[in-house]
Design a protein around this ligand. Structure first.
Ligand code: NCD
Ligand code: ZN
Length: 349
């Protein structure tokens, strides 16, 4: 196959940051994705609808006028989130989900939820109004090994929560384990998952054997090969409750190449060609469009995009770094050549 036309995709899990960073991050995403679920973990987290509306405006201002791009906003849950904010969020039409960061789990999660028991009423209200819960599924207990934190979260927190509130709609974000795949497969229509390119492409050996590669360090951390394999199998199966979420998480080069490096892979500039490369390796190119452009829209209940994008089989040399603020940023797959590239004249009507 030499060219591939699919409906314009959406990114169901994205970090664009704020301020001057937006000119870089929003352009990279809007060049291909029509919509993206915007993560609310700014330094001052987006906890209210008013903040989300202002943040959406800042994102749109960073968009080139030639691009049609719709940021789908989310709220950051804290121990103090009120039930009334959930009703306001639903009524606003602006908020597409509320994000659960267990406090301390990842970048800018210090204001996150310290115990799920603190948000019981908020979760019940979300179930009542049909607002999805987007979950960073890792426990934060220091005694739990970092490679076991997703499975432990599913067993101790998520499974009991869904038994208690089965009508709650949940996206288990950026899943990394066979356990998460099986949990979502055995769940109801209310349960879905996003999968990043790095978790399909790599396992912990890629990050740690023969040298430590800080640009592959993200959370939840890359796991063993058996888990990578389970993720690859489920996307190749075309299951409708698994969809594209890059978790593109920009951090400047020097903050990653450091004695205590930040977690996150900046995948937005390479995301679609990279997923295409992976699906082709899996002999599942025919499943790419559903994963990238249909399953997520169906699950969130929004229309499938009308436009299309075209990928061409032509070498795409990923730059070793890109400009970013007063530093540089190293994209995922920096210095590698991918067999697919996005056609310049995209967005075919
Ligand atoms: C994300 C970030 O940098 O905001 N980092 C990451 O490793 N994925 C936060 C997150 O999604 O965990
Ligand atoms: Zn993320």
């Amino acid at each position: 196959m030499q060219s591939l036309v699919i409906r314009r995709p959406d990114d169901w899990h994205l970090h664009v940051r704020d301020g001057a960073a937006l000119t870089h991050t929003v352009a990279a995403t809007a060049a291909v994705f029509a919509r993206a679920i915007i993560m609310p973990n700014l330094k001052v987290p987006i906890t209210t609808v008013i903040q989300a509306a202002a943040y959406k405006e800042r994102i749109l201002q960073a968009c080139d006028s030639s691009m049609s791009f719709e940021p789908l906003m989310t709220l950051y849950l804290t121990d103090n989130t009120s039930v009334s904010e959930i009703y306001i969020a639903k009524a606003s039409g602006l908020i597409h989900g509320c994000k659960l960061y267990p406090a301390g789990a990842t970048t800018n999660s210090d204001s996150g939820v310290t115990s799920i028991s603190h948000i019981t009423k908020v979760l019940a209200a979300m179930a009542e109004v049909g607002l999805p819960l987007l979950v960073h599924g890792e426990v934060t207990d220091k005694h739990v090994d970092i490679f076991d934190r997703e499975k432990t979260f599913i067993d101790l927190i998520l499974n009991p929560l869904l038994e208690k509130i089965p009508s709650l709609r949940v996206v288990l974000e950026h899943i990394t384990t066979r356990d998460a795949v099986n949990f979502v497969l055995s769940g109801s229509e209310n349960l879905a998952a996003t999968i990043t390119p790095q978790h399909l492409l790599f396992n912990r050996n890629d990050m740690l054997a023969g040298g430590i590669r800080p640009h592959l360090y993200c959370l939840p951390i890359l796991k063993r090969q058996i888990h990578q394999q389970a993720l690859r199998e489920v996307v190749a199966s075309g299951h409708p409750r698994f969809f594209l979420g890059t978790d593109s998480a920009p951090h400047a080069k020097l903050t990653k190449e450091s004695d205590c490096g930040c977690a996150g892979c900046y995948s937005a500039p390479v995301a679609l060609p990279l997923y295409a490369t992976i699906f082709e390796e899996l002999n599942a190119l025919d499943k790419l469009e559903a994963f990238a452009s249909i399953n997520g829209a169906n699950w969130y209940g929004v229309p499938i995009n009308e436009e299309c994008v075209e990928l061409t089989r032509r070498n795409f040399a990923v730059p070793t770094n890109l400009p970013f603020l007063d530093d540089a940023i190293v994209p995922l797959m920096a210095g590698c050549t991918l067999p697919w590239r996005l056609n310049d004249a995209h967005f075919i009507e």
